[in-house]
Structures are given as C-alpha cells and as structure tokens.
Design a protein. Structure first.
Length: 238
C-alpha cells in the first residue's frame, strides 16, 4: 500500500499544475473588448483653423448611430450653425467668415461638396471642418487674416461673435468694418451706427479697439497688420 503513495502524490501534483495553468489563462472578460467596441461606435469632428485661424483648432468625439448623416453629425457637434437655407455653414463656434473665406468639410481626408450634406457616415469616420479662400485660387497659399470681434458687453451679454477675413495689405480699420457685412457705418463713414443690427441706446456707444487698445476719434484710418484683432464692444457712456 505504501508503494502507491508516491504515484498518487505525483498525480495530484500534475492535476494541480494543470489547474494552476488554466487559472493563469486570461479570461474573455479580461480582454479589452469593451474599449474597442466603444471606440468603434464613435465619430470624430475636428476644426482645423490652419493658417487662417490657428487658435480655432479643436477635436471632439460623438456617438455613432445608424443613419447618421454628415449634416446631422455637424449639428450634433454643438459647434456648427448652418445658413437659413441649410446649404452652407454659417459659423463654427463663435466664428463667422467674410466673403473672402468659406467653411469647407473633409470626410476621412477627402473634400465633400455642399450638396452631399446628407451622405451617411460610418463608425470611426473623421470629419474635419476647415477654412479656405472663397475664390479657390490660392490653394496652398499661407494666407494671413484679420479678426473682427463683436461683444455686447454687460449690456447685451448674449451678443458675442467673431468674423475672420483675408488680410489685405494697407487695409484700415474702416475697411474691415465695412467688409464684414455686420457693421453699419454713418453716411460719412466716420461713425459706427449699428453692429449686428444693434443700435446703441441712450448713453450707450460702440467702443472700437485694436488688439485691446481703444482707438482715438480718428482711429478708423489706422492701417492694420496681419493677425490684428479689431473689437467692437457695446458700452455705457460715462
């Protein structure tokens, strides 16, 4: 009887070794299946300001669902507003463009024409919103821009917009205001009458600043440099 004990012990050790090896095998639940699934059910929407608006670069992820169109994805991003007819992008974030620039969209690196807003997306698709010259004649050119900021201040805090345009050599503050499409000047072009159809009330005025410095009375003739930022802010008259 004693002669069988070593063989019995050896068999037990063998079984224990096999069981131990099995417990060390990664179980399916330990594999990164869930994270891969989550990644597969999202799309990416990015803003590429490039040389036009380098400070506007941003990227977000949104859940993907069957039947999701390009336009719906852009609207769901919370970044994009379309024109009233729904054919063009009017603004991205708080930034609109003057007639010299236009918003364009790429899907997985390929340009999308405006009439294809209803194209259906797939999981893991990458949508990129970027700025280009409206005339398309300067692809590859590193344009410089001017920026017009509009603020309602404490009087109208909901009014907060930005307008970008291609910098034109020797342009003045007045030139940018007039070309923006949102500023109405006096007949002699010396005063700002309204901005975004907002006319100052009694004891209010539109303050004009360049790079956060208020302009003097003749400041509209000031010549601008690339990347200069003009700001119009509604303020109380002291």
């Amino acid at each position: 009887m004693m002669k069988t004990i070593p063989g019995y012990i050896g068999l037990c050790l063998l079984i224990l070794a096999v069981l131990t090896g099995c417990t060390r095998e990664p179980q399916p639940a330990e594999q990164p299946v869930v994270s891969e699934k989550d990644s597969a059910n999202t799309i990416t929407v990015s803003i590429d300001g490039s040389t036009f608006l380098p400070d506007a670069t941003k990227s977000i992820k949104r859940d993907f669902s069957q039947g999701l169109t390009l336009k719906k994805a852009l609207l769901n991003s919370g970044l994009v507003d379309f024109t009233a007819d729904g054919k063009r992008i009017q603004s991205v974030g708080e930034v609109s463009l003057d007639s010299s620039l236009t918003w364009a969209v790429k899907l997985n690196g390929k340009d999308i024409e405006q009439e294809n807003w209803d194209i259906e997306l797939h999981a893991k698709d990458e949508v990129t919103i970027y700025v280009k010259a409206a005339d398309r004649g300067g692809d590859g050119v590193a344009y410089q821009t001017t920026l017009l900021k509009v603020s309602g201040g404490s009087i109208k805090p909901s009014l907060k917009r930005q307008y970008a345009g291609i910098y034109v050599q020797e342009c003045t503050v007045r030139d940018v205001l007039k070309s923006s499409g949102v500023v109405r000047m006096s007949e002699n072009n010396k005063f700002v009458v309204a901005v975004e159809n907002v006319i100052p009330g009694m004891n209010e005025r539109w303050v004009i600043m360049v790079n956060d410095k208020e302009l003097m009375e003749n400041g509209l003739d000031m010549k601008l440099s690339p990347r200069d930022a003009i700001k119009l802010e509604l303020a109380k008259v002291s």
